[in-house]
Structure formats: C-alpha cells, structure tokens
Design a protein around this ligand. Structure first.
Ligand code: MBD
Ligand code: FE
Length: 283
C-alpha cells in the first residue's frame, strides 16, 4: 500500500492508480469489436476537431494535460468522474437487470474490508463518532423479496472532511470501510456517520480541467455500496440524501432517483433510514 503524504489530488491519485494497477485487467474483446470501437472513437475526435476548428495550441495543451493526468496518477479519478457513469448505465441495461439500480464504483473502493456482523458500527475514530450519526438498515433479498442470509454489504464512504481511508494521510486503514454480513433473514443494521457533500480532489489536472470549462468539483454526500450473495448478481451502487446539496448537480452525474435516502430521527433523535437491496440472478 502506498503511503499518502498529502491529502492532495496527487496523493490520492497515486494511491488510486497504484490500487488499480495492482490488478492486471483484461477484456475478451474481439478484433472486430475493437476495430469498430476504435474507428468510432477516432471518427468522433475527427468530427470534434473539425467542428470546433481546434487549434495547434489547443492540441498541445491537450497533450500536456494528458501527460499531467498520468503523472499525477489522476486517470482513475478523471475517468470515474467523467466516463464511468455511461459504462454503468450500459452495463445495467444490456443485462436487463431489474433489481436495485447500480451507480459508479469510483476510484476509492478497496476489496476485503474486515467483516462485520449484521448489526454493527463501522470502524471509526473519535472525531467520526462526534459527527452526525446515521443508522442505516435494510434487507438484502432476491427479486421476489426472499431474504438472502449471509449476503455481504460492502460499505465505504468519506469522513466529515471528505477523506477516504487509504486515500488520504493519517486515517486508520479500514476507517469507514466494512464488509457487513447479513443475518439469516438478509437483514442488516449499520451505525455509521452521515457523510458530507464531497469535493473531488481538484488541486491537480482534474481540477484544472474543471476550471477550464467553468464547472464545479462537487458530488452530493454519498455512501458507496457493493452488495453480493451467492448465485446473485452483485450490485455496485451509491446512496444519496434527499434535499442535500449537489444531488441535482453531481460532477460525476451518478445520482438516480431510486438511490435517494430520506433519514428521519428515531426515538433517540438519531437519523435512521431503511433501504432494501434486491439482487438479480447471476447474469
Ligand atoms: C469519489 O468519492 C467518488 O465517489 C467519485 C465517483 C469520484 C471521485 C471521488
Ligand atoms: Fe465517493
């Protein structure tokens, strides 16, 4: 694991790049399919260059920027913010899924977070305990509503300052990360904290890119989840908060109306919400 010296785009970017590189990925794309895709990519580039009469200066700035993105380790960040959403939509629709909607994984998932029982509190520091607590409960089921005992709910999210463990310095390795195992009826009840709206790291080339077109770097407050059970399709998704800032204007365009929580105070005054996950059969 890389040591992150600064909570900067460069620091988190390098950590995300190292994590991604640790797994060598492949795809079983045929030569014909590769040819069709690359031809369309290049043809789209060609059309854009002609349509906007792109200048040599602009071309060189692009080249320099792409080199910078790589050197800062920001390809996972930039791609997941600006491109992953489209791939996720296609993934969900081409398999004709009808269970819980997915959303993008983003650059900060880490597999194999420590296992936690169905009723649990997320690993957190004192400063996290002092933040706004959230009780998040629900059931993992199949498409007919049958509970799936022993399903896993992997949950990871940022702290109040917008930092993810393993991608910012000085945070315990598995802070606000866990693999929750549902009880025999598929239920879980997790105590965590309500994350705050989140600025993607923007002091590097991804931030320069956003500034260059007058955009903003914000994502709404969100929980990341990966829900799995034997024989079922795993769903990678995110949950957001009703009425929260940036829910309607996410830089990563990854919100969906089905993925919005509306926690209410329980008898103890703690924000509590129920959200159930329905998993499609394995595709
Ligand atoms: C995040 O936390 C995130 O969820 C995405 C999609 C991109 C950057 C940081
Ligand atoms: Fe995130």
């Amino acid at each position: 694991m890389t040591t992150i010296e600064n909570p900067t785009a460069h620091g988190s970017g390098n950590a995300a790049t190292d994590k991604f590189k640790s797994e060598r990925v492949t795809a079983d794309t045929s030569v014909e399919r590769a040819a069709a895709i690359y031809k369309d990519v290049l043809s789209a580039f060609k059309d854009i260059i002609h349509k906007h009469e792109v200048t040599y200066d602009e071309y060189r700035v692009l080249k320099q920027w792409m080199i910078d993105v790589g050197e800062y380790g920001e390809w996972p960040l930039w791609l997941d913010v600006f491109v992953e959403h489209e791939v996720e939509e296609v993934h969900y629709s081409r398999k004709h899924f009808s269970g819980t909607k997915g959303s993008i994984e983003g650059p900060y998932y880490v597999p194999n977070a420590p296992k936690l029982p169905a009723e649990c509190t997320m690993p957190m520091r004192e400063k996290d305990v002092a933040a706004a607590p959230l009780i998040f409960k629900g059931q993992v089921t199949d498409l007919d509503g049958n509970g799936l005992g022993g399903a896993t709910v992997e949950l990871w999210h940022a702290d109040e300052d917008g930092f993810y463990s393993q991608f910012a310095p000085g945070i315990p390795e598995w802070n606000l990360r866990g693999t929750i195992v549902t009880d025999e009826d598929g239920n879980f009840e997790i105590t965590t904290l309500k994350p705050a709206p989140y600025q993607i790291p923007n002091d590097g080339p991804t931030g320069w890119f956003i500034k260059s077109y007058g955009g903003h770097p914000w994502r709404p407050a969100h929980l990341h989840l990966m829900v799995s059970a034997p024989g079922r399709n795993s769903v990678t998704t995110q949950l957001y908060f009703q009425g929260g800032d940036w829910v309607d204007n996410d830089v990563a365009t990854a919100t969906k109306p089905e993925l919005i929580l509306d926690p209410q105070p329980n008898a103890d005054g703690v924000a509590e919400v129920t959200y159930n996950f329905a998993l499609d059969p394995e595709a």
